[in-house]
Design a protein around this ligand. Structure first.
Ligand SMILES: Cc1cc2nc3c(=O)[nH]c(=O)nc-3n(C[C@H](O)[C@H](O)[C@H](O)COP(=O)(O)OP(=O)(O)OC[C@H]3O[C@@H](n4cnc5c(N)ncnc54)[C@H](O)[C@@H]3O)c2cc1C
Length: 299
């Protein structure tokens, strides 16, 4: 391995988690490689209003500024590059990208997750502008609106109840292909939540969401939609590592510093069992970086 390809830390993913980790480590004068394939959830968030000190920012702009900050502190960036595999031999991680490989003693995996979205005509038009997938990020935008909650599993029932308790009295629950246990139906009736069954095919409206069209031709009127179809982790490259996961064998378990059950491998953002929020991903990146720098000082 050439000296150029040995780093103190390799960071996979340049959203807020990876960028914040890179900025912290580079400020500690560490040799940091940031590998990123492009895209990511932050870039889809077009109106982040819950980041301390910034009243409102487009996620694209936030990451663009983050890149500039990271580069200004000397982080090496490999953009448009996908990590395909990580292996650990002795106490070094080898990160493979298909064409190249790089090594480091520490790794921050900040590649996050992808929301599973239903196949709906006009979804891009309304994603983040009427059609939402996260209560923590966007629940407040549904306040006092005519809200449709939709999903393909029982979590949608819990979501409908929370939305009713937190934001609006006008909640309709649209369920696809699920049989509801009787006790769930009773609770929904008690909370005056109407349940409709059907397969949604198209979002309606020009500049503003006005409703949803079902496959059988019915249309339901609504001003906002909160949808829960789960997510997929961007973790294919980690599959051969013995990472401890949650009880659904899904998200990666990490301690308070972000270190996983594989020593030296730290995790941020949606790969972890915590909340999916920009400020939390950034905080986790900083925490992991500080811990890694402390370990490097101990070597
Ligand atoms: C529509 C929408 C609106 C949202 N609104 C808000 C909001 O208002 N407020 C809020 O706090 N949160 C919001 N969120 C959630 C928030 O965007 C995320 O939880 C958080 O910003 C994720 O940051 P991250 O750094 O973990 O990951 P991301 O920003 O998803 O970045 C992950 C990076 O990893 C890269 N990557 C993935 N796999 C690989 C690989 N194999 N090799 C190399 N690179 C890889 C991707 O290219 C990407 O750049 C929203 C999310 C969505 C989808």
């Amino acid at each position: 391995m050439s000296k150029e390809q040995l780093y103190d830390c390799i960071i996979i993913g340049a959203g807020p988690g990876g960028l914040q980790g890179a900025i912290h480590l580079a400020r500690c004068n560490r040799k940091v490689l940031l590998v990123d394939q492009g895209g990511g959830r932050t870039k889809l968030a077009n109106d982040i209003v819950n980041y301390l000190g910034i009243p409102a920012i487009d996620g694209f702009e936030l990451t663009r500024i983050g890149f500039l900050q990271a580069r200004s502190f000397g982080v090496t960036v490999k953009s448009k590059t996908t990590v395909t595999r990580v292996v650990k031999a002795a106490d070094l991680f080898k990160v493979e990208t298909g064409t190249d490989s790089y090594s480091a003693r520490y790794l921050i995996t900040a590649s996050d997750a992808k929301d599973i979205l239903p196949q709906l005509k006009n979804l891009r038009r309304f994603l983040g502008k009427g059609f939402y997938t996260s209560v923590a990020s966007d629940g407040h935008r549904t306040k006092d609106t005519e809200l449709l909650v939709m999903g393909d599993n029982l979590d949608a029932v819990r979501l409908a109840l929370s939305m009713k308790k937190m934001y609006t009295d006008r909640v309709v629950l649209l369920l696809e292909d699920i049989t509801l246990p009787g006790e769930f139906l009773d609770i929904l009736v008690d909370h005056l939540i109407t349940v409709i069954r059907g397969n949604p095919v198209e979002l309606l409206g020009q500049n503003q969401l006005t409703g949803i069209l079902l496959a059988d031709g019915r249309s339901l009127s609504c001003q906002t939609i909160m949808a829960d179809y789960g997510c997929r982790l961007n973790d294919d490259y980690l599959k051969n590592l013995p990472l401890e996961r949650d009880r659904d064998n899904f998200r990666i378990m990490a301690d308070h510093t972000g270190e996983s059950s594989v020593p030296g491998l730290f995790v941020t953002g949606g790969l972890r069992t915590d909340h999916d929020l920009t400020i939390i991903a950034a905080g986790q990146g900083a925490t992991a970086a500080i811990e890694i720098n402390t370990r490097l000082l101990e070597l």
